[in-house]
Design a protein around this ligand. Structure first.
Ligand SMILES: *[C@@H]1O[C@H](CO)[C@@H](O)[C@H](O)[C@H]1NC(C)=O
Ligand SMILES: *[C@@H]1O[C@H](CO)[C@@H](O)[C@H](O)[C@H]1NC(C)=O
Ligand SMILES: *[C@@H]1O[C@H](CO)[C@@H](O)[C@H](O)[C@H]1NC(C)=O
Length: 411
């Protein structure tokens, strides 16, 4: 009895000391993170963008822009003020269900810091509905009307507004880097903006491009349940999801700490693809910026693109299409209009990757300056979807090629 008491007290003390541990080198350790000396505290697991940037010694300025339809978007500008400025600007656009925190939460391997080190001014976009852009001049996130937008809206309004603002502020042409949905809306903007896009940008880099997504068996287990769930809520006019972010993150973090293997299999492997690049240490870090506010219509738009096998505008049904577009079918985005240098970076373990889809996308882009890389180049331990944010060797596998692509476009 006495032994039990001593052991119990010992664990209580150790756990009190280590209670904040939120990173472990093995999934098995998460349920006992408080007791394991191998686990540790990663402050980035529960930090916002400003805190993460300052902790790493960089400077940050927050810029606020208001779209013509009233959404208040926050952009972060990250740089090293004591370093000579290269006078070039990079804009990085995050994907669906996340926010710009993913570009600064990896410590030294973060994409934003890599380009700040090279002397770039790095701007991080945040589209409407996400943590840093969840305000509107008249609406709140609890108003169904707030969530009445699709991928076309993000492209034509949010991306356009952010890029125009950056160009006006910096008086420089911008390198666009997108990941996942950031590639979708970037290309939608460029394909439909005529000369405007070409005037604002000087290069386009697409990581895990999501444009054609037909015949992807591995994607179906995550997108179909999401769509069906959304559809049910949609019938009751509920179209915004996962936007009470702090509550959502607490739930995911607690569940994943208790059953890390289930969490890893479902949310990482099934959701994004098999990987050897995602460290167990980052399991909870991932949930700092995922999942976050989305509209059902974003999912519906993707499902439409998947089924129609066409990169096209949102399908409102024949009658409203006729009003909106002047045709019963939604118009197709014409990728041949894109003449800027474009480079694709993809991982063959990504559930969004399909060889034919990538070939088709690459073939249709109208630029004379194109490149494409399967990451890691020349290796078989392929990236999945989120390795572009969390991979433990991003600085070797991706960034040097990405930086070279930008440099080539600057000449
Ligand atoms: C910023 O630049 C200065 C001068 O090159 C350098 O000493 C410093 O380490 C840089 N800061 C960061 C956070 O990299
Ligand atoms: C916000 O509300 C005001 C007053 O009703 C209205 O004039 C304005 O157009 C609204 N703005 C947007 C973006 O909806
Ligand atoms: C960047 O611009 C500033 C101000 O215009 C100038 O002083 C500086 O020399 C430029 N740096 C480079 C690397 O061109």
């Amino acid at each position: 009895m006495g032994t039990v008491f001593v052991v119990f007290t010992f664990f209580c003390v150790v756990s009190a000391i280590n209670i904040k541990n939120n990173a472990c080198p093995s999934l098995f350790l998460y349920p006992v993170a408080g007791f394991s000396s191998k686990c540790y505290v990663n402050p980035d697991v529960s930090s916002n963008v400003g805190e993460m940037v300052k902790r790493r010694g960089y400077d940050i300025v927050t810029h606020t822009v208001v779209t013509h339809d009233g959404y208040i978007l926050n952009l972060f500008e990250i740089f090293n003020a004591t370093q000579e400025n290269k006078n070039f600007t990079v804009f990085i656009q995050h994907g669906i269900l996340v926010n710009s925190g993913v570009w600064v939460n990896g410590g030294p391997r973060s994409l934003a810091f890599y380009f700040a080190d090279l002397g770039y001014r790095v701007w991080l976009g945040n589209v409407r509905g996400t943590l840093y852009s969840n305000k509107h001049v008249n609406l709140t996130i609890n108003d169904p009307k707030f969530w009445d937008f699709n991928l076309d809206t993000l492209a034509a309004v949010d991306i356009r507004t952010m890029l125009t603002f950056i160009a006006k502020t910096t008086r420089q042409k911008i390198h666009y880097i997108g990941h996942s949905m950031g590639t979708t809306v970037g290309l939608m903007f460029l394909a439909s903006s005529g000369q405007e896009g070409a005037k604002l940008l000087q290069s386009v880099s697409l990581m895990s491009p999501v444009v054609y997504i037909n015949n992807l068996k591995k994607l179906e287990p995550s997108i179909i349940p999401a769509y069906l769930t959304g559809k049910i809520f949609n019938l009751f006019h509920v179209n915004g999801f996962l936007y009470h972010e702090n509550a959502v993150h607490r739930i995911f973090t607690s569940i994943c700490k208790l059953i890390p293997h289930v969490c890893y299999q479902l949310l990482i492997t099934v959701g994004f693809g098999k990987t050897t690049h995602f460290s167990s240490d980052d399991l909870l870090l991932y949930f700092n910026n995922w999942p976050g506010g989305i509209s059902f219509y974003q999912i519906q738009h993707y499902v439409q693109i998947m089924n129609s096998k066409m990169f096209q505008k949102f399908d409102y049904g024949a009658a409203r299409n006729l009003q909106e577009y002047g045709s019963e079918k939604p118009p197709v985005y014409d990728l041949s209009k894109i003449k800027l240098p474009v480079c694709l970076f993809y991982g063959k373990n990504d559930v969004y990757y399909g060889e034919e889809n990538i070939d088709r996308l690459y073939g249709e882009i109208g630029s004379n300056h194109k490149c494409r890389y399967s990451i890691p180049v020349g290796q078989r331990d392929y990236y999945n979807h989120i390795d572009f944010m969390f991979g433990n060797s991003l600085r070797e596998d991706v960034y040097p090629i990405l930086a070279e692509t930008l440099t080539n476009a600057e000449m």
